[in-house]
Design a protein around this ligand. Structure first.
Ligand SMILES: NC(=O)C1=CN([C@@H]2O[C@H](COP(=O)(O)OP(=O)(O)OC[C@H]3O[C@@H](n4cnc5c(N)ncnc54)[C@H](O)[C@@H]3O)[C@@H](O)[C@H]2O)[C@@H](O)CC1
Ligand SMILES: [K+]
Length: 481
C-alpha cells in the first residue's frame, strides 16, 4: 500500500523533524532532489542539460525557497537559471542568496513572459502545501505564457493540496516532485500533477498511519483469488448477479460477464435477461428470478433492474440472504428513495455501494463536493457500508474510516456500461471472501487497468473493458513483487 497523508499531518511531522535537523537541511535535501529531476527532464526534452535554460516561478513561501535552491544546484551543471519573484520582498532569503551566489538571474514580473518564452523548462515554486485556492492574478497571468515542460515543486500551484480540486487558474505539470510523503493531491489530481516523484527527506518515521491509501500492483496481486489444487467451482465462491431486464439485457450481460472473467468459480444469474445471458455466457446458471437462483456467496444487484416494485423486491430479497451484497446503479437509487429496504439486511453482512456523483447526491441529499474522500467516508458511516464513489479517481471508504484512492491512467473508462463491469468485478471478489473494502479497491484497480489496456490510446467500450479483464489480471499477477 502507498500511504498518503493530509497536509495537516505532513506539517506536524515536518515540525518534529525540523526540530532535530540543522537549519535549512530539509529544504536543501528537497531542493537537491528537485534539481536532479529538473536535469532529467531537460535531458529528456532537449537531449542535454548544460547550456539549457530554466525559469523559476517563485512565490513567497518555502515552496519558492525549494525552487530557488534547486536553481542554485542547477547552476552547478551550467544551466542558465532565471527566477521570477512574485513577491520580491518576501522571497525566501537564503534560497535567493544561494541562487544569486551561483550566478542565477533575478528578473522582474514585467519581464517574466519573455524569460518564460525562452525557457526549456519552467519550475513552479509558486505555492506548496500551505496555500489554498486558485492562482492569484499575477501568477495566473505569467502561467498563460508557459509552453515548455513544467516541473511542479511539491504540488501544482492552484490545485487544492488536500482534495485535488481545481477551482480556477492552476498549474498543469508534466512532473511533480514531492517531498517526504504523498499528499492527497497526488492521488486525486493526476491530470494536474503529471508523473509524480517522491524525494525522501527522512519524514517517514515521523508520519504514523496514513490518512489515505493507494493499492500497489503487489497488493492487488496478493489479494486476487487464485484457485488451489483442492478447489472446485463452489469452493471459490459462487457469485449471484441480479441485473438487467428483458428490454435492457446489456447490463446483465456485462455484470455477469465481468464476474465470469474475474474469477474461475461459478456465476449464477437471476432476472429477465436469463436467455440473453445464457446465450452470451453459457458457463453461467441463469434463472428468471432471485428466489430460485440457488445458493451464492455474494450478490451483485442493481444494474438495469429498474427502480419500481419489482426492483425493490429483488433488492430486499438479496439483502436478506446473509451474504455480502454489491448494490449498484438502480439498487442505489432504490436505497436512496426507500431506505427501509435496508431493514432486510443483516447488519453483520457487508454491503458495498457504488454511486457516481448523481447517485451519491440521491443517497446523501447533497453532491459529493470538492472533498470526495470526506464525502465517501460520510456515506460509508451513514449506510454502514463500503462506499465506492465513482469519478475520474475512484474513492473507496469503509465505515471504520479506511479510505483508498484509485488513480487511473486517462479517462477511457467513462463509457456506457463500464459501471456494470465494475460491479461484476466487485461481486466476484466479495464471493471469494475478500474484505469488502479491499474487494472494492482491487476491483477498481483492475477495472481501470483493463480500461487503459482496452483503450490503448483510442476509445474503447464496456465490452472492450470486459474483454481486457483477464489481460489486466495477468499483467498484475506477473508484475515483479
Ligand atoms: N517545512 C519543511 O520542513 C519543508 C517544506 N518544504 C516546502 O515548503 C512548502 C510549504 O511552505 P510554506 O508553509 O512556506 O507555504 P507555501 O510555500 O505553500 O506558501 C505559502 C505562502 O503563499 C502565500 N499564499 C497562500 N495562498 C496563496 C495563493 N493562492 N496564491 C499565492 N500565494 C499564496 C501565503 O501568503 C504564504 O506566504 C512545501 O510545499 C514544500 O515545498 C520543503 O522544503 C521540504 C521541507
Ligand atoms: K508548487
Amino acid at each position: 500500500m502507498q500511504g498518503i497523508w493530509t497536509t495537516e499531518r505532513i506539517r506536524a511531522a515536518e515540525d518534529r523533524l525540523l526540530a532535530v535537523t540543522p537549519d535549512g537541511e530539509l529544504m536543501r535535501r528537497a531542493a537537491f532532489g528537485l534539481s536532479v529531476h529538473a536535469a532529467e527532464m531537460l535531458a529528456e526534452h532537449t537531449g542535454s542539460v548544460s547550456g539549457r535554460r530554466v525559469t523559476l516561478l517563485v512565490g513567497s513561501g518555502n515552496n519558492g525557497g525549494d525552487a530557488l535552491w534547486a536553481g542554485a544546484f542547477l547552476r552547478r551543471r551550467n544551466v542558465a537559471v532565471s527566477a521570477i519573484l512574485l513577491k520580491s520582498e518576501r522571497a525566501h532569503a537564503q534560497g535567493l542568496a544561494a541562487l544569486k551566489r551561483s550566478g542565477g538571474k533575478v528578473v522582474s514580473v514585467e519581464d517574466g513572459p519573455q524569460w518564460i518564452g525562452r525557457a526549456d523548462l519552467v519550475i513552479d515554486g509558486i505555492v506548496g502545501i500551505s496555500a489554498r485556492g486558485p492562482l492569484r492574478a499575477d501568477a495566473a497571468a505569467l502561467w498563460e505564457h508557459v509552453s515548455s515542460p513544467v516541473l511542479a515543486v511539491d504540488l501544482p500551484s492552484g490545485v487544492d493540496p488536500d482534495t485535488g480540486a481545481v477551482d480556477g487558474p492552476a498549474v498543469v505539470a508534466d512532473r511533480t516532485v514531492t517531498f517526504g510523503a504523498l499528499k492527497p493531491v497526488h492521488a486525486l489530481a493526476p491530470a494536474s500533477c503529471g508523473e509524480v516523484a517522491l524525494v525522501d527527506i527522512g519524514l517517514r518515521p515521523e508520519l504514523g498511519d496514513p490518512d489515505l491509501q493507494r493499492l500497489d500492483t503487489a497488493d492487488v496481486a496478493a489479494a486476487w483469488p487464485v484457485p488451489g489444487p483442492g478447489d472446485d467451482k463452489y469452493s471459490q465462491g459462487v457469485v449471484g448477479v441480479a441485473a438487467g431486464s428483458a428490454t435492457y439485457p446489456g447490463a446483465a450481460v456485462l455484470a455477469a460477464g465481468a464476474a465470469v472473467r474475474a474469477t474461475s468459480g461459478l456465476v449464477r444469474y437471476a432476472g429477465h435477461a436469463a436467455d440473453v445471458v445464457r446465450g452470451r455466457w453459457p458457463e453461467t446458471i441463469a434463472t428468471g428470478s432471485v428466489t430460485d437462483a440457488g445458493r451464492v456467496q455474494a450478490w451483485v444487484v442493481g444494474p438495469g433492474i429498474g427502480t419500481g416494485h419489482e426492483g425493490r423486491d429483488v433488492l430486499r430479497f438479496v439483502l436478506g440472504r446473509g451474504v455480502p451484497v454489491c448494490a449498484d446503479a438502480d439498487a442505489t437509487t432504490i436505497i436512496a428513495h426507500s431506505p427501509d429496504v435496508l431493514d432486510a439486511r443483516d447488519p453483520d453482512t457487508p454491503l458495498v455501494l457504488t454511486p457516481h456523483a448523481g447517485e451519491y447526491e440521491r443517497l446523501m441529499g447533497s453532491p459529493p463536493g470538492a472533498d470526495r474522500v470526506a464525502a465517501a467516508r460520510s456515506a460509508a458511516r451513514k449506510y454502514d457500508a463500503v462506499v465506492l464513489l465513482k469519478g475520474h479517481c475512484t474513492v473507496v471508504a469503509a465505515p471504520d474510516g479506511r479510505a483508498l484512492v484509485n488513480t487511473p491512467q486517462g479517462s477511457w473508462l467513462a463509457t456506457a456500461g463500464s459501471g456494470d463491469v465494475l460491479s461484476g468485478l466487485v461481486g466476484a471478489l466479495l464471493a471469494a471472501g475478500l474484505d469488502p473494502w479491499l474487494a472494492a479497491g482491487a476491483a477498481a484497480h483492475v477495472h481501470s487497468l483493463a480500461g487503459s489496456m482496452a483503450a490503448d490510446g483510442a476509445p474503447t467500450s464496456a465490452s472492450g473493458i470486459l474483454d481486457a479483464v483477464p489481460d489486466a489480471i495477468r499483467a498484475i499477477r506477473s508484475h515483479p513483487l
